[in-house]
Design a protein around this ligand. Structure first.
Ligand SMILES: [Zn+2]
Length: 69
């Protein structure tokens, strides 16, 4: 429910913009997406299967040392 209202607000905001503003926002969104997705794959703990940050050395869930790549 909450997510749907956020989506409708975003759509309402997007339709009130002109094409250049919409293009700018789309480009920024793609850049942010690429910047966050190329930082490396999340590291899954071999003991508890927790997904940890790519930079993580120890598992956030169980504290086991993650394998270095
Ligand atoms: Zn773990």
């Amino acid at each position: 429910m909450c997510g749907m209202s956020v989506v409708s607000v975003v759509i309402a905001a997007a339709t009130s913009l002109d094409d250049r503003q919409l293009l700018f926002i789309t480009v920024v969104a793609v850049i942010v997406f690429l910047a966050t997705s190329t930082r490396g794959a999340p590291r899954r703990c071999r003991r508890c299967r927790e997904l940890n940050r790519p930079q993580a050395v120890f598992c956030a869930q169980c504290g086991v040392r993650l394998r270095s790549r």
